[in-house]
Design a protein around this ligand. Structure first.
Ligand code: PLP
Length: 403
């Protein structure tokens, strides 16, 4: 097997060639090694593999050549020393957090987190004696005030789900490091194309590869990116012994997804920018939140830490839940789904779906109003999407006027 990797490649090149392991058959497209185990030439070789004296594979819970290709390609693109793939994004988040935490430790996390991430820090960690403080991620003094001598991890996502607020990653990393803690960043909404948290000071980056990395709504996956030291001391043994491992088939789908990642994300972002402008001009829309919008309340931070906006647009329709439901139901091209990052444009009503679990007070605190919709922009033609959204908003407003 020969490996293709070069630290000097531009991300677009790494996304196509990075980490390729070519078998003696010389296949063009990366091979799918759908195998649980590996055979050894001799008992001596098996012994050497288990003693880590010889490189090679032992069992696909620990490692697999197709999974290795996906991990190496992700690490090259992100500029990380190493990557480990997992079965889902939540497996990546859970492994990245628990592998480095013990009873008595403390976590500080931003309140505006993906629902299941919030469960991990708010409900799961405390059950095992790991205390957690939730803060407003935008308030740097709150991060500082929450740190304690036993704080081990700071955790955030930016832009946040679903209100697309941003957290100053560089500033929070500095606060975490001053407190002797590591910063873990969930970078799903920014995508690896528009934001590189490691260069901003984060220690660990996690992705749900289910989203933009697959990009065509097929399979689940996750990935943790970190230093070799963190892998050796914490992550490797945790994944090996607890088994959140990804299927080689899913890793292969995601590996092939990476080849088109930058092209898709660039197009989806350009379309999202145009949609955000069109929604801002529509009379039925009360508010648009888009990280690429110069009027975004944190445009200065966005200019510093993101290369471009996002493939997601959040907007609030006038008339609360009835208007939000009418608008979503009137869409023809855009589908109603809580997923994101797909080639198909998807819309969700967070307060009744992804954020239903939160109390009304918690939702208000996060700005998740009954009229808020979150749009994940796909690969359809921009004019068709704007026409679909405009027609749905017009129809909803006309019905409200008639009632
Ligand atoms: C989807 C998502 C996750 C969880 O990923 P799964 O692959 O669904 O487990 C975590 N964080 C964010 C920001 C997400 O969007």
């Amino acid at each position: 097997m020969t490996a293709d990797s070069n630290q000097r490649w531009h991300p677009d090149t790494a996304l196509v060639h990075g980490g390729t392991l070519r078998s003696p058959f010389g296949e063009t497209s990366e091979a799918l090694f759908l195998t649980q185990g590996y055979v050894y030439d001799s008992a001596e070789q098996a012994e050497a593999r288990f003693l880590n004296l010889e490189p090679g594979y032992q069992y696909s819970r620990f490692s697999n050549p197709t999974v290795t290709m996906f991990e190496e390609r992700m690490a090259l693109m992100e500029g990380a020393e190493v990557a480990r793939a997992t079965a889902t994004g939540m497996a990546a988040v859970t492994a990245a957090m628990l592998c480095q935490l013990s009873a008595g430790d403390h976590v500080v996390a931003a309140k505006a987190l993906f629902g299941s991430c919030r469960y991990v820090v708010e409900d799961l960690c405390p059950r095992f004696g790991i205390a957690c403080t939730l803060v407003d991620g935008r308030d740097l003094d709150a991060w500082k005030a929450a740190a304690r001598p036993e704080t081990k991890v700071f955790f955030l996502e930016s832009p946040t789900n679903p209100t697309l607020e941003v957290v100053d990653i560089e500033a929070v990393a500095a606060i975490a490091h001053a407190a002797g803690a590591r910063l873990v960043v969930d970078n799903v909404f920014a995508t690896p194309i528009w934001q590189k948290p490691l260069t901003l000071g984060a220690d660990v980056v996690v992705y749900s590869a289910t989203k933009h990395i697959d990009g065509q709504g097929r399979c689940l996956g996750g990935v943790v990116l970190c230093s070799k030291d963190f892998l050796d001391k914490h992550l490797q043994v945790f994944i090996r012994q607890t088994g959140p491992s990804i299927s080689p088939f899913n890793a292969w789908v995601l590996l092939k997804g990476l080849e088109t990642l930058s092209v898709r994300v660039e197009r989806q972002t350009a379309t999202a920018e145009a949609i955000a402008r069109a929604l801002k001009a529509h009379p039925a829309v009360a508010k648009v939140i888009y990280p690429g919008d110069p009027d975004h309340p944190q445009a200065d931070i966005i200019a510093r830490q993101m290369q471009r906006g996002s493939t997601l647009v959040a907007f609030e329709v006038k008339g609360g839940k009835p208007a939000a439901f009418r608008t979503a139901n009137a869409l023809r091209i855009v589908k109603i789904s809580n997923n994101l990052g797909d080639a198909k444009s998807l819309i969700t009503h967070p307060s009744t779906t992804t954020h239903q679990r939160l109390s009304e007070d918690a939702r208000q605190e996060l700005g998740i109003n009954a009229g808020l919709l979150r749009l994940s922009v796909g690969l359809e033609h921009v004019d068709d999407l704007i026409a679909d959204l405009t027609a749905a908003l017009d129809a909803s407003a006309a019905r409200a006027a008639a009632e």
